[in-house]
Every structure is written in C-alpha cells, then in structure tokens.
Design a protein. Structure first.
Ligand SMILES: [Zn+2]
Length: 454
C-alpha cells in the first residue's frame, strides 16, 4: 500500500473503539511510580504494554533495570531506512487530590473526553503515536519506528541511563520524538524547543544538641533557622527572584528576539495563568516578562524550612538545628555540577558550618528550531492541526531527554498533545479524541516527512 493521507480519516474512525479500549485498560492500572504500594501495577502496565505492541503487529520486550523496567518495541521495515525512536512514559502521578470527581483509576468516557489519571500524561499520547505508527507501517512508509516507554519518569528517571546502556536492546536511532509536553492553549498547537534543568539541595546547620529556652540562652545562642534564612537572603532576592550567587548567570543563553516572538504567539495569557494556578498576585503581570521568567530564566526556590517549634502557637525555644530545602531550575547552558560548586563555595564563605547536600540534578535541554527535522515537524503540525505551530519552552524538566541527548547525540524533537485544561499533574485529568485524532495525523505526516528525508 502507499501513503494516502486521505485514508487517515477512515483509519482513525475505524481504530477509535480499539484506541479507547486500550486506553481504558492502561488507565485502570494505577502505575504510580512514587508509591511502592503500586510496584505490581507498574509491572502489570509494562506487561500490558508488551501485549499491546504485539497485538498491533510490532515486536516488544521488557528492558529490566535495578528499578522499574522500560518497554521497547516497534517495527523494522528495512535496515536501509532511517529509524525514529518515540519516547513516552507509562507511569503516572499519584491521585490523592480531594478535588477528584470520580475514582481516578476508573476510566470514564464522556463523549470525546477520556477521564482518569494518566489519560493525558502520558498514556493517551503514547497510544496516539502507536496507532499512527501502525498506520505508517501498513502504508509502506520507509521508516523504522521504535518505541521507548519509560516507567520512572515521574520520579526523575533514576534508572534511565541503565536502559540506554543496554545497547543491543535500545539502539541509537537517527532521531527522537518525545511526546510528553503541553500546549499553552487549545487553539494554538505548540512545539516545545527547550526544557529547564534542575538542581535540588538540602542545607543543614547544627549549632546545638537540644531545644533550649530563649529566656535563658537567647542572645548568646546561635539560631540555626535565622542563619538559614540569612543564607536564603544572600542567595536570592525574594521580591524579584534575582539569584545573587556570583557566577550563577554566566552560562545562561538568552532567547533571541525571534524566539520571544514565537513564545508570544503561543496563546499565553497572564490572566489565564493566574486563574489556572490560583495566584492572588505575581512577581510580574507583563506577559513577555512572565514568559521569560517561567520558560527561559533560571530560578532559586525555597521549598521548605524544617526545625524549631512546628506546633500551634509560639513556643520560646532556640532550636539546635535546621534544614533548608531548595532547588534551582536551570536553563541552557547552565551545568548542574558547576552550579552546585558555586552554591557550595558561596555558602561556605558566608557560613562555613552549613552543610550543602545535593538532592538530585537534571541538565537543561535546548531543542532544535532550525533545519530539516524542525521543518518536517512544523509541516506535520500544519497538516495535522491545520495551523502554524508556535514554538514554546517547558519550564519543567524531563530527565530522560538530557540522557538520550548525551548517549546518542541525535536530533530530539517534541510533539506533545496535552492541553492546559487536561489536568496535567492535577485532579480530574482527561484526554480527548480531538487531540488524539489530530495527534495521529501529525505523527503520520511526520513519519512520512522523515522517510522522505531518508
Ligand atoms: Zn509526563
């Protein structure tokens, strides 16, 4: 058979019941990677994924790690043809939010909407890509399509390197497509072209052995909580967010004017952002400034300060120790190890007794915006959704991306299908057929465009 985009409509209508049935089965397995109680559900999800791939006519197998496994599979239509690896993840966020109006792990179809934890992040997009790939294979598109489905994405991909190291099972493709990102608005397709990285750290200070009375010792006793607050003040301007650690901004690459214009076309609205996250006020209400702050500027956040009297009322103790939990979102080309070294040196100079311990790091990622791959994807989005895509960035991190980049050094592109209203990492998550069918069209066109590139 040959490629005829007009067949796609018929194909999508015919596969819709199967798509929904498979999504239902996946959603009803609570593959919460952060909760050890769901250990068996993760493995069941992987087994079901293998079964799905085989039912679709693809090869499939589980790749074991010291943690949770990954699932790989796909079609090799000819060794002389290029190979694309599609990345998705099949683990999900916990779903304990009281706002759920249904049981989160019961799949519910309401018209075009598919409700349940994991529908949009990221099981729905994974299935969308799978159905598009089968279409491409059935229509003789000369492209080898492989899937790489992770089950530890929501916990920071601790064993993803293990997976990449198993090179006979997970071999290097010519390019990668990651489908795990969000548009800014339903009416404006968006292609992400960068991710922020992360450096998390715990700062601890111990100056005594036990709580002491502030009337008996206060004035002479050091106060570790106050000293940790002082370090926060030294590291960041709490009002503006400006980081004050010397050298912190040295490697930051600012977005070009052209990129900024693209971001502004994404449909981003300050008022909607405020409403979506329930903010009463923000550091800025200027659209371009807010976009820059959440997508392309690095941050320094305080997540918690532990110590002293945490119960009701005031208890007049001087605590013996304190722990400060912080993290920095990093942007291209900041390096988490270098930033950690800067933080350590800075803290040591100001307060040598504070211990700095790193608590996880992810490299930032700068995607491709020019050249044949970027154009092939943009063209596919025009064909799939009938609109010119906007280029955006992700303020968050996908740990696997930087690792694939380092292991393979091939073009990595992003085509997410989630919408802000889908409840990504939030209660009442859903996915919808509009995004699934549009996504299938985009993927099918992209596969065809890649095959033409050879
Ligand atoms: Zn995700």
């Amino acid at each position: 058979m040959t490629w005829k985009p007009t067949d796609l409509k018929t194909y999508m209508a015919s596969v819709r019941p199967q798509f929904e049935e498979m999504l239902a089965q996946w959603v009803e397995l609570p593959s919460v990677s952060s909760d050890p109680q769901h250990h068996d559900d993760i493995w069941r999800t992987a087994t079901l994924a293998v079964q799905f791939l085989r039912e679709m006519g693809a090869t499939a197998r589980i790749v074991k790690t010291r943690g949770y496994p990954a699932v790989v599979g796909g079609w090799t239509v000819g060794k002389q043809h290029p190979t694309l690896t599609i990345y998705n993840h099949l683990d999900v966020q916990p779903a304990q939010e009281p706002e759920w109006r249904q049981s989160p792990f019961t799949f519910r179809k309401e018209g075009d909407r598919y409700r349940g934890r994991g529908t949009t992040d990221d099981k729905g997009p994974a299935l969308t890509a799978l159905f598009a790939a089968r279409y491409a294979v059935e229509h003789g598109i000369p492209l080898n399509i492989r899937f790489l489905w992770e089950l530890e994405e929501e916990i920071g991909s601790p064993h993803f390197q293990d997976i990449l190291n198993q090179r006979t099972l997970v071999s290097k493709p010519q390019s990668v497509l990651v489908s795990d990102t969000i548009w800014v608005s339903r009416t404006q397709p968006a292609i992400s072209c960068g991710l922020r990285g992360l450096l998390a750290a715990r700062l601890t200070l111990r100056t005594g052995t036990t709580d002491v009375h502030s009337g008996l010792t206060g004035g002479g006793a050091r106060n570790p909580l106050a000293e940790l607050c002082d370090i926060v003040h030294a590291c960041v301007d709490a009002k503006t967010g400006r980081v004050k650690i010397p050298g912190f901004y040295d490697d930051v690459v600012r977005p070009t004017r052209q990129e900024m214009q693209g971001f502004l076309r994404s449909g981003f609205q300050v008022s909607r952002f405020k409403r979506a996250f329930g903010f009463r006020s923000l550091r800025t209400e200027i659209c371009a400034d807010l976009i820059r702050r959440i997508w392309t500027d690095p941050t320094f956040e305080v997540h918690g300060l532990v110590g002293g009297h945490m119960g009701p009322g005031v208890k007049t103790v001087v605590p013996p120790s304190g722990e400060l939990k912080v993290s920095m979102r990093l942007v291209p080309n900041q390096n988490p190890d270098r930033i950690l070294a800067l933080l350590r040196r800075f803290v040591k100079e100001r307060n040598p007794m504070i211990k700095v311990e790193s608590d996880g790091k992810l490299e930032p990622f700068r995607g491709i915006t020019e050249g044949p791959y970027a154009e092939a994807l943009r063209q596919a989005v025009r064909d799939g959704f009938g609109k010119e895509p906007a280029q955006v960035r992700e303020g968050g991190s996908i740990g696997a991306v930087a690792l694939m980049q380092r292991a393979w050094n091939v073009p990595i592109l992003f085509m997410g299908l989630s919408l802000p209203e889908h409840g990504y990492h939030a209660p009442n998550e859903y996915f919808d057929w509009g995004q699934a069918s549009g996504g299938m069209r985009v993927f099918a066109h992209y596969f065809n465009n890649l095959a033409k590139m050879g």
